[in-house]
Design a protein around this ligand. Structure first.
Ligand SMILES: [Zn+2]
Length: 253
């Protein structure tokens, strides 16, 4: 197993650094400076970079990191990724020898068309696809693609630790509560997250089990979620139509 260090970046991004011994792998380094600071402080060598999608706040630090360390760069083959050495499509298993672990690469189009998630050792690195109590915006893909992608992530083992790329949970929970005010698991999470954030602590990682219980975008077949969606989109019946209505509602929330 490896240790995981959370590196805050920009306003609300998280860069995840995985370390084993003196070697590190970093996920979605949008900014190099905070990553270099940790590598230098901890005496680590950067072996690999995993990129989930092409947005600059996920890969903007790649070039600078490569000027310090000759790392391999894994990322979506179909997107423009700086210095990509290991182009991926999803469906592969990659071996990170420096960590001694394999990661399954999962195609999760929706936020962007080539978006990938990495799953291994009970951890999921999912970029801007699944957030705490929410999901990414549809910048490139369709609601159907995002719904399918979230469904693929939701069936991962319940205890999976989800490392997403933004601290959005508290705001997402306000929307979730508007959708499903009768969900007691959700109300408990709202209280817990308020305490966590008041202390200045992170709400990430969280588990797939918690998302299944509280994330409205994973609960499109629940009666209360359907009724709420229909208050915005009366024609919404099946899970995809409910998801589409929720995603549109969230954009305006
Ligand atoms: Zn993004």
């Amino acid at each position: 197993m490896f240790d995981i260090i959370r590196i805050p970046a920009f306003k609300d991004n998280y860069i995840w650094l995985l370390r084993k011994g003196a070697v590190a792998v970093v996920v979605d380094p949008g900014d190099a400076r905070p990553v270099l600071d940790v590598l230098e402080r901890e005496g680590l060598t950067l072996a690999s970079i995993l990129v989930t999608h092409h947005h600059n706040d996920h890969q903007g630090g790649v070039a600078s990191l490569l000027s310090h360390y000759p790392a391999a760069v894994f990322g979506p083959a179909t997107e423009s990724i700086t210095a990509l050495t290991q182009p991926l499509h999803g469906g592969e298993t990659i071996r990170l020898t420096s960590l001694g672990v394999d990661f399954q690469v999962i195609a999760v189009p929706g936020h962007t068309l080539g978006h990938l998630a990495y799953y291994g050792s009970g951890c999921l690195y999912c970029g801007d696809t699944l957030f705490g109590a929410g999901c990414g915006r549809l910048f490139e893909g369709t609601a159907e693609q995002m719904h399918d992608s979230l469904t693929r992530l939701a069936v991962l083992p319940a205890e999976t630790a989800v490392y997403c790329a933004h601290e959005y949970t508290e705001a997402n929970l306000r929307f979730a509560l508007a959708v499903e005010p009768g969900n007691r698991h959700l109300r408990r999470r709202v209280d817990e997250v308020a305490v966590t954030r008041a202390k200045g602590l992170a709400t990430v990682p969280f588990t797939i089990a918690l998302e299944r219980a509280t994330n409205p975008f994973l609960r499109c077949s629940e009666a209360e979620v359907i009724v709420s969606a229909q208050s915005r989109a009366p024609q919404a019946r099946n899970a995809l139509e409910v998801f589409t209505a929720l995603r549109q509602w969230k954009n305006e929330f």
